[in-house]
Structures are given as structure tokens and as C-alpha cells.
Design a protein. Sequence first.
Length: 322
Amino acid sequence: MIRQFKDYLFITFKGIAMGAADVVPGVSGGTIAFISGIYEELIESIDNLNLSVFKVWKKDGFKTAWSSINGSFLLALFSGIAISILSLAKLIKWLLHNEPILLWAFFFGLVLASILYIGKQIQSWSPKIILAIIITSILSYFITLAEPFASPDSPFYLLFCGFIAIIAMILPGVSGAFILLILGAYETAINTVNNLIEGVTTGNWDILKGALLNFFLLAIGAVVGLKVFSKALNWMFKHHKNLTLAILTGFMIGSLNKIWPWKNVLKTRINSEGIEVTVLDESILPSSYTGDPQILFAVIFVVIGFATILILENLGHKKSKA
């Protein structure tokens, strides 16, 4: 496929949309790739990324090797993703600290609509499918109640989080940010991006050093996870699509507890920056919330989040008809 500069510019814009989705728990970058018509090319390009490219480079030159992995496409796409993540991370961090109820309400609406979106794609219902939804819903719910088994600042835990969260790149409907949220590493990932920007712009080596370490740990975990999961998950999606969708649906149903806007903090810890952060909390009714529950605005943001997925679904539906 011969592409012009403007074609790669559009791919970069699609990457920006994917990056925005990957920052927000509930919206999947894979869903954006699917809707925008680049999902299959992305998966195929990722599958072509292996060490054999160096043999091609040595034998036939860099240009041939670059073409064999669809390098221009991947560079344009991931440049857009990086631009988006770097731009949005600071806003998300500010909202997490200043407007948590409204932010979580928006995320709640996103995930609620995503459950319906994924569930609607199950084409054949059977006792096995229903049982899969029930079991994964219960399992996911209890995962949200558990205290993280390691600190999000732990190097090995960050590797593990990157390894698991990359699923978002493989299957439409699964949000990498949402998985990081369940694992308790979402805020750490957001802070890593913000510290990376701050370290570069201010020349503060101490901040930059810590941010680079966390960034590379997440990235290494993601790269390994990408190669491990890509073929297996694509095989599951192609050969056991209904069961895979049922598992995803149940996982998201049970995980709604994690993003319920009103929480009571049960346990905190001091992170690597010396800031007190929540380790364990419980969902409570708005009437039991200490402080202003902002019920009306929370409901509005749930509706906005819900509508966002409906709009994306509608765009995808129109594209599939075109």
C-alpha cells in the first residue's frame, strides 16, 4: 500500500484518538483502532515485529526491513499515541486530586456503556456463556475488594502491570488504563508520564531518573506482554469469540465497584514522592459520603461518559456499513 504524507498524518490523528482512549479507564485504544479501520493492520504489523527484521536489514538494507514491519505506519500511529498521552496525563492527574467524584462518574458511565457494547456483540447465548459472565463478574468484583499484592512503586509489579495492561492493544473493548486501575497502578502510571515531562522541561535529573525507570519498566512489560498475548488472544477472539466476549463482559461488570464515585478510604500509604495515597477503600452510598457528594453533577458526568461510548459505537456502525 502506497501512502502519501497526508495519509500518515491521518494515521497520526487516529493515534492521538487511541492515546486519549488509553489514558481513560473504560475506553479501549483497540476499540478506536477498530472503529477507525486500522485494527487488522495494527495487529498484523505487531505480529511482524520480531528479531528476524535484523536479518532482513543486514541482507537487504534498512529500507526493506523498515517496509517489512510497516514501520512508517507504526511510527505515525505511535507518535500520535505518545502525543495524546503526554498531553492528557497532567489534566487527569489534576482531576484525580481536585474533582475525583466527577472524574470517576465519567469513567463509570464509560464502563457501563462499554458493558452493553461488548455484551451486544455476543451472537449466541448458551448456559456456558451465561455461566462465564457470572463467574468472571464475581471474580472481578472480589479482585476490586482485594488490597494490591505489591506496591505500585515496586519494579517487578510495574513490569507485571505493563505486561497485563497491553491487552488493550489486542482486543477491542478492553481498556489498558482500566486494567491498571484494577491493579492499583493507574495513578502511578499517570504520575510517571507527568514526572517525565517535568523532568525534561525543568532539567531536574532526580525526577527524570525515577520517571524513566518506571516508564521503561512499564514499557518492557508491555512489549513482552504484546508478543505473548497477541497470537493467543487473537486466536481466542477468532475461534471462541462469544466466550471471549462473555469473559470481557463479566470482567467489566464486576469491576464497576472499583470506579464507583463515592468511596470511604480504609487504608493509605506514603508513595515514593512522600505523598499519602489510598491503598484500600470501599464503595459507599452518596448519603454516607463525607463532604459534598455532588450527586447532580455526578449523574450528568455518568450520562456524558455513557453517551461517549454510544457515539463511538454509532461511528463504528456507520463505518462497517460503508
